[in-house]
Design a protein around this ligand. Structure first.
Ligand SMILES: Cc1cc2nc3c(=O)[nH]c(=O)nc-3n(C[C@H](O)[C@H](O)[C@H](O)COP(=O)(O)OP(=O)(O)OC[C@H]3O[C@@H](n4cnc5c(N)ncnc54)[C@H](O)[C@@H]3O)c2cc1C
Length: 327
């Protein structure tokens, strides 16, 4: 790890006017610094910022401050009651200790767990190629270890999976991210927040330099809808998803009248499946519709040798989640 300056900001204005990388819970940034993936010369600690509240919005939605800890968000009564998918997704991730420290903003910005990306010498001469670490050095995962890697949204330059559970639920909930930066305030729908790798896998999100995430807004809950998050992984806890699904659905008269579908563990970003939603719209809430949706969701999958199993696994995960959400 390289040496760095450490500064603590007591206000949003102070944080924005201080040069350096923001540190929130530090649960992933510090690891990445130890691995030399991140090499900031200064850290701006944002733990004192007044961004740790969860408030109801006048439009019936919910505003989540960027510094709200993952545990506090998951156990908040309004989240458990009206956004169950988000509570379930967060509680399926990491460990209680990590969730007590991890924040909403930090979770949105967590980086891939690709072993080559996190290898200390990746992207350097003699190290593994990693276009995310050092553009133009190749992608060792393409022909190397890629069992955990993405099958949707990949490119010839990067197949790294987006690791977050929380973001998958937020994709299904159509969350909107509030940011503040040198040029002022703006909002970014979660669908536009994370970037596909394309030929610039090192550009992972829509944030401009120096922008701070201040909050995330969730829309008003859909009356009569139920939501479920299901995560499949190599062991029952403390493990990233091989495949996961977040579904919000409303059934009337046996037919699906509203549905949002997002998937995790399979995409290079939290994967909203408009294809699955189209396949389910106004269809009977039955096994045939669920299987058709799963087929549609994975139709464009590009598996490689060792992660081909994810195609069927993700389909079964989605079918099961749809069954639970519409039961
Ligand atoms: C062992 C382990 C297992 C894990 N398992 C899972 C899992 O199963 N599922 C899952 O989803 N996650 C998992 N995680 C990841 C965990 O959710 C993240 O580490 C955590 O959410 C990051 O939040 P943080 O506040 O600690 O971020 P930090 O480490 O403080 O920061 C992460 C990044 O976000 C930036 N940042 C933070 N806040 C802001 C802000 N407000 N505005 C702008 N930039 C900001 C930082 O500069 C940094 O680049 C795991 C982590 C570990 C260490």
């Amino acid at each position: 790890m390289q040496t760095f300056e450490y500064l603590k900001a007591a206000s949003v204005d102070k944080a924005l006017s201080t040069a350096g990388k923001f540190i929130a819970g530090g649960t992933t940034l510090v690891d990445l610094m130890k691995l030399n993936v991140e090499q900031p010369t200064a850290l701006v600690d944002i733990n004192l910022l007044p961004l740790d509240k969860i408030d109801k919005l006048p439009n019936g939605g919910l505003r989540i401050g960027a510094m709200v800890r993952n545990s506090d968000l998951a156990w908040h009564p309004d989240v458990k009651e009206s956004y169950a998918v988000l509570s379930q997704a967060i509680l399926s991730g990491a460990s209680p200790q990590l969730r007590n420290m991890a924040t909403t903003g930090g979770n949105l910005l967590q980086r891939t767990r690709c072993a080559y990306f996190r290898e200390p010498t990746a992207g350097t001469p003699g190290g593994y190629g990693c276009n995310k670490r050092t553009p133009g050095t190749g992608c060792a995962a393409l022909e190397g270890y890629h069992r955990m890697h993405a099958i949707l949204g990949t490119s010839d330059h990067c197949i790294a999976t987006h690791p977050s559970d929380m973001c998958v639920a937020m994709a299904a909930l159509e969350a909107v991210i509030g940011v503040e930066g040198p040029k002022g305030k703006r909002t970014i729908p979660i669908a536009d927040f994370h970037r596909l790798p394309g030929d610039t896998p090192h550009i992972e999100n829509a944030l401009e330099p120096g922008e701070l995430i201040t909050h995330v807004d969730l829309p008003k809950p859909i009356e009569g809808a139920r939501s479920v998050y299901l995560k499949l992984r190599d062991r029952a806890s403390y493990e990233f998803a091989l495949a996961s699904a977040a579904v919000m659905a409303k059934v009337e008269g046996g037919h699906i009248r509203y549905v949002r579908v997002a998937m995790g563990g399979v995409g290079t970003k939290p994967w909203r499946s408009h294809e699955a939603e189209a396949a389910l719209a106004d269809k009977p809430a039955d096994a045939a519709s669920f299987r058709a949706a799963a087929q549609a969701a994975l139709a464009n999958a590009k598996p490689r040798t060792d992660n081909a199993f994810k195609v069927e696994l993700a389909k079964r995960c989605l079918v099961r989640t749809l069954k639970l959400a519409t039961a």
